[in-house]
Design a protein around this ligand. Structure first.
Ligand code: NAD
Ligand code: UGA
Length: 440
């Protein structure tokens, strides 16, 4: 099957590459010429584990190529995916659909023969109707259907999520389009992946409902963790205690500095806007959005308390800048709130992240970037783990104690157990669990 993927970002590049790996012929299109040039040279513009190898294998097999001009590929395609960004529109919570609509206009005159145009971008209910309308207006004779096929992959685990998804949702009223998309995903039948065929609007809403529900789960455990702090309980044990109940489930119950990333923050906002416009506000998600914003800011007070009441004049080693491990993505990362907050209070920031420092330099030129976690902590006053990269999970804690002037480690991801800290000489502050004070 011939597939065109318009938008070669996190979703487009991963999905396009995985479709090629399923055996389809895939052309990835992006209007960023630098990105396409780098891909043609074999360079992967994002950090995503395993992606470089999968791209090079499929390019070598002649199933995957990259172009800037959709005219080179759309006419031949059976399926054209739209996988461009849908960020929050400036000054409002609405999704900015200008990139999606621009692609619809661009591809309309290029369609030849029956083609299914599929929205993989996360888009509000009714966007498929508008895309259909735009194509119809620009190419009245085109033979096409517009479907919705939302993507549920996570950054950092994107290939595994794409190839072994919990489900695939295909939203279309057209049996012909549904059949074609089922054929496209046929390789997943081997693993008996449920393929859910729904109406287009239902598919669009399912994506937002999934992200909002996960955000609510995180918001819930974060607030429970504050209560644990206040009453001397242990949130990790509470999470396990509730997560073992199959109706609740153990995933997405890790407390932390607030959810970030390119999706939960923007998608929760877009969903609540849609709901308000429809006259059925989702107040639960409104509350989680506000709670998550406050949470990121509240991490600053937490660090100040751990530092003994003030960070003025202190040097703080920040470990982890990206919104989660195994990505170089910093969109809406908690570090973007925490670092300037600490700087405003007079702290000097040093930082280390295995993959995020290049991106971070675009945000913070006044941070002192170091080449490793230990280098970052040397003669700093205290250290703060913001992102739970694997390499921060096995630090030599006695060495850390020797490097830090004040011997204070703040762990916003709960990656260490209390017992591991005892006797190291470090004072250790985590989330929703009793602190460890040096010497005790
Ligand atoms: P991204 O910003 O990484 O990539 C979007 C790409 O589209 C960019 O490379 C951009 O240059 C390109 N583009 C924009 N306009 C174009 C045009 N007219 N023609 C060709 N290319 C164009 O975005 P992303 O993270 O891949 O997200 C894409 C969509 O998928 C969003 O709606 C997002 O919500 C959704 N989504 C993202 C993830 C994720 O993990 N990042 C997961 C599921 C769904
Ligand atoms: C999320 C969803 O998990 C994907 O299913 C979805 O496709 C994607 O959004 C999207 O629509 O773009 P992603 O943002 O890549 O994926 O990463 P997650 O692993 O979900 O983490 C999101 C944020 O929540 C991170 O900041 C993470 O640290 C935080 N988180 C996650 C917690 O604080 N606690 C948890 O238990 C889980």
């Amino acid at each position: 099957m011939r597939v065109v993927m318009i938008g070669t970002g996190y979703v487009g590049l991963v999905s396009g590459t995985c479709f090629a790996d399923f055996g389809h012929d895939v052309v990835c299109v992006d209007n960023n010429p630098d990105k396409i040039e780098r891909l043609k040279q074999g360079e992967i513009p994002i950090f995503e584990p395993g992606l470089d190898q999968l791209v090079s294998q499929n390019v070598a097999a002649g199933r995957l190529s990259f172009v800037t001009d959709p005219a080179e590929a759309v006419g031949e395609a059976d399926v054209v995916f739209i996988a461009v960004g849908t960020p929050t529109r400036r000054g409002s919570g609405y999704a900015d659909l200008q990139y999606v609509y621009a692609v619809a206009e661009e591809l309309a005159p290029l369609l030849r023969g029956y083609t299914v145009v599929v929205n993989k971008s996360t888009v509000p209910v009714g966007t498929g109707d508008e895309v259909e309308e735009i194509i119809r207006r620009n190419a009245p004779d085109a033979d096409f259907d517009v479907a919705s096929n939302p993507e549920f992959l996570r950054e950092g685990a994107a290939i595994e999520d794409f190839k072994r998804p919990d489900r695939v949702v295909i939203g279309t009223e057209s049996p012909r389009a549904e059949k074609l998309l089922r054929t496209l995903y046929r390789p997943l039948n081997l693993n008996e992946v449920p393929i859910l065929a729904t109406g287009r609007r239902t598919a669009e809403l399912t994506k937002y409902a999934a992200n909002a529900f996960l955000a609510v789960k995180i918001g819930f455990i974060n607030e429970i963790s504050d209560l644990c702090d206040a009453v001397g309980a242990n949130v990790q044990e509470v999470a396990r205690g509730i997560g073992l109940d199959k109706r609740i489930g153990s995933k997405f119950l890790h407390p932390g500095p607030g959810y970030g990333g390119s999706c939960f923050p923007k998608d929760t906002l877009a969903l609540t806007q849609t709901a308000r416009d429809a006259g059925t506000p989702i107040t639960l998600v409104d509350t989680v959005v506000a709670s998550n914003e406050n949470r990121k800011k509240s991490m600053i007070d937490r660090i100040v308390r751990a530092a003994g009441g003030s960070v003025e004049g202190k040097t703080i080693a920040v470990l982890g800048l990206t919104f989660k491990p195994n990505t170089d993505d910093m969109r809406d990362a908690p570090s973007l709130i925490i670092i300037p907050g600490l700087q405003e209070l007079g702290a000097t920031i040093r930082a280390y992240d295995p993959e995020g420092m290049e991106e971070s330099r675009q945000h913070f030129s006044d941070v002192d970037y170091r080449g490793s976690a230990y280098e970052c902590m040397e003669k700093a006053d205290l250290a703060v783990i913001i992102t739970e990269w694997d390499e921060f999970r096995a630090l030599d804690l006695e060495r850390v104690a020797g490097l830090l002037n004040d011997r204070v480690l703040v762990d916003l991801r709960n990656i260490y157990k209390r017992a591991e800290l005892e006797g190291t000489g470090l004072s250790y502050f985590s989330i929703g669990r009793p602190d460890v004070t040096a010497g005790k």
